[in-house]
Design a protein around this ligand. Structure first.
Ligand SMILES: Cc1cc2nc3c(=O)[nH]c(=O)nc-3n(C[C@H](O)[C@H](O)[C@H](O)COP(=O)(O)OP(=O)(O)OC[C@H]3O[C@@H](n4cnc5c(N)ncnc54)[C@H](O)[C@@H]3O)c2cc1C
Length: 259
């Protein structure tokens, strides 16, 4: 199936561009600052949040939780709803132009239809970027190292021509799945949140962010997601307690085998 309107971005440049746009609009950004505790308090009848961070304490009238798969114990109610799943990518050496054209003649963004899927594309400098759920666990040095061994094998099943091609980079990140594999948004413990992008958040998280910012600024609720129940993740799949993830991985491999 071909989606003629699909396109690609460099996500690191995109997020840097979003940060610059926010700063131009007057936002103050504090990177490398971990929120460690959030407490609601009341001042002369008005509710406020006190946020203890790794670099000091601040107060806020409204809070948006946009912490995705990396949600911590600072917001336990949201954390227990997130299933963190690792996703990994390898990048090959720069390919000869002719080989690159043979692999992806129209330079499309490609993915397959499995649960344990592969997704791949050429980079602007003609490397093959090949990604997938090499390990279900969130990324660590170990799972990234394992992915450097697992993903080339997957890549060669799709493109045997790349058997002797060197892999020069590997990296990974963690995706925020939910039990119903749907994004959710609204309020939790009186704070706005959007989560559950399950590996599709580059465009979606930005859209949800715009909507939540509108709600904070007093716009009427135009988010069709706020009324949808947000189920908790089963114990064993939750952040910090992901011992059952290999079982989930096995289940999806079985589904892939039969479909
Ligand atoms: C390998 C890989 C490939 C992907 N491919 C695609 C793709 O092709 N298309 C697509 O649409 N999406 C893709 N995604 C998913 C996409 O990256 C995410 O959906 C998107 O980044 C979600 O954005 P977000 O802002 O909600 O959360 P994130 O980008 O996960 O950001 C959450 C941030 O919150 C911070 N945070 C968490 N807790 C705290 C705290 N207590 N204090 C301070 N900060 C905190 C974290 O440090 C992090 O920076 C991919 C992801 C990976 C890992």
């Amino acid at each position: 199936m071909v989606d003629e309107t699909s396109a690609s971005v460099n996500p690191a440049r995109y997020v840097a561009g979003l940060a610059r746009a926010a700063q131009r609009a007057g936002a103050c950004l504090h990177d490398h600052t971990r929120v460690e505790k959030i407490e609601a308090e009341s001042h002369n009848g008005a509710r406020k949040f006190r946020l203890r961070t790794s670099r000091g304490t601040t107060t806020a009238r409204e809070v948006i939780l946009a912490s995705g798969a990396y949600t911590t114990e600072a917001t336990p109610a949201l954390r227990r709803k997130i299933i963190p799943i690792g996703s990994y990518i390898i990048a090959t050496e720069v390919l000869p132009a002719e080989l690159a054209r043979e692999l992806s003649p129209r330079n499309r963004m490609i993915y397959d239809s499995k649960h344990f899927l592969y997704y791949y594309r050429l980079s602007p400098d003609n490397r093959m970027l090949f990604g997938g759920r090499a390990a279900f666990f969130p990324e660590t040095e170990k799972t990234v190292r394992q992915s450097a061994e697992i993903l080339p094998r997957g890549m060669i099943t799709v493109y045997p021509q790349l058997r002797d091609t060197k892999v020069e980079y590997v990296w990974g990140g963690t995706l925020d799945f939910t039990l119903d594999v749907m994004p959710h948004a609204g309020k939790i413990d009186d704070m706005y949140f959007a989560a559950g992008f399950a590996g599709h958040g580059v465009a979606a998280a930005t859209w949800f962010g715009t909507k939540l910012a509108g709600l904070v600024c007093g716009e009427t609720d135009s988010l069709p997601f706020t009324g949808i129940p947000f189920p908790a993740a089963p114990i064993g799949l939750r952040s910090g307690h992901t011992w059952a993830l290999p079982l989930a991985g096995l289940w999806y491999r079985i589904l892939d085998f039969f479909t």
